[in-house]
Design a protein around this ligand. Structure first.
Ligand SMILES: O=S(=O)([O-])[S-]
Length: 313
């Protein structure tokens, strides 16, 4: 092929790419994230929300759902996906219980779940993480949640969405690579190996000044570094995830390489599921694990080491 012909091919391909970009509903910022496989923009949902496979999940308390939700959304809340057999709250529900619950809600195996809340996806991310841990990948967080949807004129409803029961099964093989339990974490705390333990709670919880309900004491897991989860979104504004460069700057505080092991925790593993999403999906860290029981569980056991600031302001 001569030089002139190859130039034409290059020009044709770049025209195709920019033409495709013109149609793309995802924003320019999103393109810089490591992956958008589990993220959806409201503009895209507007185009596809009536598709039979799309199941919109309003992941807020029932009373908030009743005050207005995305038209057609079903309602799931944190307590629906908890294992209540523990003496403390917040542990992730058993696989079989998720299957039974989802079947009751009429969710099918080929569903595309689009999950939202109105708190910057901080609650919604727990459902993404739980399903990911059970090997179910067809879940997307709605960037900016309900307020972003309202902003673009998306329709809302007060009516409870009616569904027919289905048979929902999770993949046979769990994918617990983003999950960690307390025994393994204790081993990491006690070992001299390099592990990054990230506390995603507020400064007050991290320092030991504040004990939230459910925990038996205030404090933090030894070796913890603190980065409040809420820094990763524009909380007072759009409630969307911050851009890639902004997130890079925030999490550079960890001084971690992309393949370092990072363990994230919070009070009951919800805000830390959000941070797990940010680190893995948006920033491309490869070995991030959310401590399911988090501080609520850790605080129950007197034999587990903990720290707190000696001076409380
Ligand atoms: O979000 S939380 O689990 O820390 S209460």
């Amino acid at each position: 092929m001569n030089f002139k012909n190859s130039m034409w091919i290059v020009l044709f391909l770049s025209a195709m790419v920019s033409c495709k970009r013109g149609k793309d509903t995802t924003s320019q910022e999103i393109k810089t994230y490591a992956s958008v496989k589990h993220l959806m923009e409201v503009e895209e949902l507007l185009e596809i929300h009536k598709h039979e496979k799309v199941v919109i999940v309003d992941f807020r308390k029932d009373e908030e759902y009743k005050k207005g939700h995305i038209e057609g959304a079903i309602n799931i809340w944190r307590t629906d996906i908890e294992d209540t057999s523990y003496p403390y709250g917040g542990m992730m529900a058993k696989k079989v219980d998720i299957e039974t619950f989802f079947s009751k809600l009429g969710i099918k195996n080929d569903a595309i779940l689009v999950v939202y809340d109105n708190k910057g996806s901080s609650d919604a991310a727990r459902l993404w993480w739980l399903l990911k841990s059970y090997g179910f990948e067809s879940v997307k967080l709605l960037n900016g949640g309900l307020s972003a949807w309202r902003q673009i004129g998306g329709s809302t409803s007060y009516e409870m969405t009616k569904t027919e029961p289905s048979i929902f099964t999770l993949p046979v093989k769990d994918a617990l690579d983003a999950w960690i339990g307390k025994e393994e974490l204790l081993g990491m705390v006690n070992s001299s190996n390099n592990v990054i333990i990230l506390d995603a709670r507020t400064e007050e919880e991290f320092s030991g000044k504040r004990r939230k309900e459910g925990a038996t004491k205030a404090g933090r897991i030894p070796k913890s570094i603190h980065v409040d989860w809420a820094r990763s979104i524009d909380y007072e504004g759009t409630k969307k995830f911050r851009t890639f460069p902004e997130l890079e700057a925030i999490y550079s505080e960890l001084e971690a390489s992309r393949d370092d092991t990072i363990i994230v925790y919070c009070h009951t593993g919800v805000r830390s599921a959000h941070t797990t999403f940010v680190l893995t999906e948006l920033l491309g860290y490869e070995q991030v694990r959310n401590y399911d029981g988090s501080w609520t569980e850790w605080s129950q056991f007197d034999n587990l080491p903990f720290e707190k600031d000696s001076v409380q302001f």
